[in-house]
Design a protein around this ligand. Sequence first.
Ligand code: C2E
Ligand code: MG
Ligand code: MG
Ligand code: MG
Length: 277
Amino acid sequence: KIKGNFAKNVTYYDEDFKKSKDFAHKITATMEKALHEGEFLVYYQPKYSLATEEIAGAEALVRWISPEEGFMNPGMFIPLFEKNGFITELDKYVWESVCKFQRKAKDEGVQTYPISVNVSRTDLYNLDVPAFMTELIKKYDLEPEDLHLEVTESAYSEHPEMIIEITNRLTDLGFVLEMDDFGTGYSSLNMLSDMTFDILKLDMRFAQNHMENKRQNEVLAFILELAKRMDLGVIAEGVETKEQAENLRFMGSDLAQGFYFAKPMPEKDFWELLKNL
Ligand code: C2E
Ligand code: MG
Ligand code: MG
Ligand code: MG
């Protein structure tokens, strides 16, 4: 009986594994063409001030609308692109799209806010990101503050000295750095003093669990106090309810992002939102 169950599980595993391998092959074969044919779209999710509930920025989040696979969230392809290196091609495209958006907003007199782009750890290995970003903002006649760069905390887990050196160079150039998914467990508190980022972007768990979980609430209070002492901005990500937003404001978080305020939206919807402010 035990043997039978085990055999059954093995079969399931093989089928899932094969499926995911087929999927990986399929998207690897089509990714470059998809980029050239404009199948990757940049969505924008606004960030809000908790004090005023006014818009304070946005994050650019990529989506892939494939004729074969349909609408895909980044969770389906980014991990693969980080492995095969294509993420850097895609990210350059996303960053440039954001610069075009900012240029157009300035040209048309629409209120602009800093827009955050995600920078993968793979990008920091494969590309001279400070040089690339400098050229890019020059090309579109933008200021470094027009872009915020989100680097995930886990980027620091391997070769932290190298990542710290690059991110320090980016801050020296005037780019604003946000440490994404902060609190997911990779950075030691000791390392925080070597990093020169500007904003702590708290992992969603903090926004979502702190009211039910007393211990988590204490950790959140501690992080907010630490941020204040270090003169760092704080943004809470994944805020889904009014109660979460109110409590985060009460506890001292500056900014928030999440479905309670707005979901990631196509560029033209974000443009309309800014135009109608
Ligand atoms: P992230 O940078 O931490 O982005 C936040 C994710 O949380 C986004 O998922 C966003 O849609 C989602 N989110 C926002 N508010 C809420 C909420 O209230 N509740 C819940 N449950 N989720 C919320 P998304 O767009 O699926 O992106 C997932 C991850 O993929 C991102 O996490 C980021 O690490 C990566 N990613 C997305 N776009 C890019 C990109 O252009 N380049 C790179 N390198 N990575 C990207
Ligand atoms: Mg992010
Ligand atoms: Mg995040
Ligand atoms: Mg994330």
